[in-house]
Structure formats: C-alpha cells, structure tokens
Design a protein around this ligand. Structure first.
Ligand SMILES: [Mg+2]
Length: 270
C-alpha cells in the first residue's frame, strides 16, 4: 500500500476491535465504521481465532450486536483446523477445547476420545481445562505420535466478565515441552496460514491490505511481516501501547488508535 493510498481490502480481528470481549457488546463507534466499510464496496473479512463459537453462532452474535456481516466473510481458525485435520485423514481427536464445541467436531465426522488412541490432540479456549485433562494428552503425544494442533497460540484472552484467562498458547507451550514425535501445528494467528487464507478470500495482495487488531504481538507482527499495513486499536487487550516495548521496532504497527471508530473511514470504491 503506497503512502496516502487507501487500503484496497481490510482484514479485521473481532474481539477487542468490533466487540470488547466474550460478552459481544459492540465497542463505541465500531458499528458505524464497519457499516461504512460494508457500504464502501471494498473487500473485507473477519480473521478470527475464536474457538468458543460455531461460525454461524459467531456471525449471529455479531449481527445481533449490529454488524452487517455474513458467514462467508469469516475466516476462522475452527474451520481451517477442521479442514487441516480432514485433509490429513485424522479421525480420532482428543479435543481439549470447550465442551460446547464437541458436537461441532462430531458433526464434521470426527470421533472424540478421552482415553485411548487418537491421531491429534486439539487445543482451543477452555476456561474449565484441568491438569488431569492435559494429562490425557500424554499417551497420545508420547506413545502414539499424535499431532498437537493448536487452534491458536494466544497466551491469554478476555472472558465473559472481561477477566484475563490463560489461553491455548499457554497449554500449547506446556504440551509442546513434553516432546513426542508428532507435529506441532498452529492454525490461527500468528501462523501465516490464516492470513494467506484471508487474503485469498478477499482477493487482495498483502501489500494492499490493512490488518486491524487489538493484539500487536499475536496478530499484527505476522501481518506486517507478510507486507500488510497494520493498525493497533487500544479497545481490547491493551489500553495503552506499553506492550510495544516487548517488540523490535520493525514489528511495531504502522497505526495506533483508540478504537476502530478513530480509524480513517474506508473510501467508497469509485
Ligand atoms: Mg482480538
């Protein structure tokens, strides 16, 4: 994207950008800005590490919050992970994410195991995850060569009360340290897979896209390394830019602003 040229397409994180946390209440100004984006005719999609909602339910919650968005405008780690596992013929999973999504996996044709052999240990957000459940992964990883599939590697997230909770990145770190012969795969942000899928979805080159997120470490470093322009909003995980002190300057976002509503409005396509 050349300086002073509007982005051709937009990739947008959900939690902390459109809605504050898992209560899914819109952030002030976000619905107006997003509606202006929709009306501009410029291509966009949501790029989500959400592992607690089915894609339809996630979009339903956003529509209920006032955002004009459809399910084909979502590139989510849950769908990508399902495809990744199906393409590799994985059938039996140890699902360590939320019990609410067990049926999602079963309907997609997987068998969920708690004891006994499995081909992949799959991690998502799970507020109730216990050490005993993590222990169930040990035979799979150490004896059966199961892959460790991380829906994302976010170290923490904000729950329905806005409280910080340890996320799959923390559990992934613990389980990856165990060793084992299977692969360790991250599907969502910050893995390049989901960014490339999102660019493909909107048909825009990385250099012409703007990526907007409240997480400059997990979300925006990869976006910038791929050549996108990046915008960090202070309406979610971080209320100031102190977190940037942990990043080398070349990874800093191009734009920092309080919230989506403060970003320049998308220019309608001629
Ligand atoms: Mg976020």
């Amino acid at each position: 994207m050349k300086k002073h040229e509007p982005p051709k397409g937009y990739l947008i994180d959900i939690e902390g950008v459109l809605v504050r946390d898992k209560r899914y209440q819109p952030i002030a100004g976000a619905v107006d800005w997003f509606t202006a984006l929709r009306d501009s005719g410029r291509p966009f999609c949501l790029v989500s590490n959400n592992t607690t909602h089915r894609p339809d339910d996630l979009i339903g919650d956003l529509v209920a919050a006032g955002f004009p968005v459809t399910v084909d405008q979502l590139v989510g780690t849950l769908d990508l992970s399902r495809r990744w596992l199906q393409e590799r013929g994985k059938k039996r999973l140890l699902w360590l994410g939320t019990a609410d999504l067990a049926e999602y996996w079963r309907q997609a044709g997987f068998e969920l195991v708690t004891n006994g052999p499995c081909e992949a240990v799959v991690l998502g957000v799970n507020q109730g995850l216990t050490v005993a459940e993590l222990d169930q992964a040990l035979p799979a990883l150490l004896d059966q060569g199961a892959d460790l599939v991380c829906l994302h590697r976010n170290a923490f997230y904000l729950d329905g009360q806005g409280v910080r909770r340890l996320g799959p990145g923390a559990w992934a770190g613990a389980l990856a340290a165990v060793g084992g012969t299977g692969r360790v795969i991250t599907v969502g942000k910050p893995s390049q897979k989901i960014y490339n899928e999102a660019l493909k979805r909107i048909g825009v080159a990385a250099g012409e896209a703007l990526f907007i997120s409240d997480d400059p470490v997990n979300d925006l470093v990869t976006a910038r390394q791929l050549g996108m322009t990046t915008a960090f909003v202070l309406s979610g995980k971080h209320s100031d830019h102190a977190v940037l002190g942990s990043l080398p300057e070349e990874d800093w976002p191009h734009i920092v602003c309080n919230s989506l509503g403060d970003l320049e409005r998308p220019v309608p396509l001629a």
